[in-house]
Design a protein around this ligand. Sequence first.
Ligand code: FE
Length: 350
Amino acid sequence: MRLYVRHQLAVALAAAVLALPAAQAQAQEKVLNLYSARHYQTDEALYADFTRATGIRINRVDGDDAGIVNRLKTEGAASPADVVLLVDVARLWKAESDGLFQPVKSAVLEQRIPATLRGKDNGQGSAWYGFSTRARVIVYNKATVQREDVDTYAELADPKNKGKVCTRSGSHPYNLSLFGSILEREGAEKTEAWLKGVVANLAREPKGGDTDQIKAAASGECQIAVSNSYYVARLMRSTKPEDRAVIEKVGIVFPDQQGAGTHVNVSGGAVAAHARNRAAAVQFLEYLAGDAAQAYFANGNNEWPAVRTVKLANPALDAMGDFRQEAVPVAAVGANQAKVQQMLDRVGYK
Ligand code: FE
């Protein structure tokens, strides 16, 4: 990535030295610097459409979430970043509170993106907006577990499921957010007791990613796993026989359909704190809220569009079916992560 940027710079310098008209053209070309933690096949079409519609070229810097956040911090006020795309509200909220974003007031974004899927508006607009949603689902071994024993998050902590549950690290953003949502719904005392119960039910020490948990539930290493919905969808759409074998062994539940609804998280975008092309950056976020961009953005990772009227043709999501989402605002979930981490430390959830 760094090399790529350096290369761009070298090209710009060469153009400036070798041909004045070319250098002038370069200077006039509008460029938006996008730091993205999302990389999918649909990206090229997504960004090309924006360039076609606006004449603004997108200069992409790819990285993982932690890498992008570190880079923004290191670069500080000198950062060339205009737009930042991050995954999970735990990270979006943290980046906002670390001062890496700036608030955006936009009638388009306010009208298109549900209020529960954006950063808190303190009068100057939200610091970030969710553009796609994913659900945190429960996956279970169909041969050994009854669906009705795992159709609520509460049952992850029920003694009837002792020794059956597996998750990735409790401190991973996906789990911090799920637990932050439970905290929002249930309050501190109940949430900490619940976390203690989940730890008591673990089949093994937390390790690996969500896909590893699904595989462990299928193999019998554990029986009940927690996963983001798109990992399930990925396995459902896989043509590899070993993935087919995994997905055939497990059932998928959207928890709490009779109660508060399933925990939903976002992938989101923000205008960088020191953006030089603020107007173009806002234009890009508004573009992401449009119908066509919403479909590309969500489908690229088997997620649901944040704009609920946008329909996808995605066989895995169709197969999973409709479900009731929680009403908890993701901004509140993000804000709970420090409290949740303290609870995890107290109950020994690694
Ligand atoms: Fe992920």
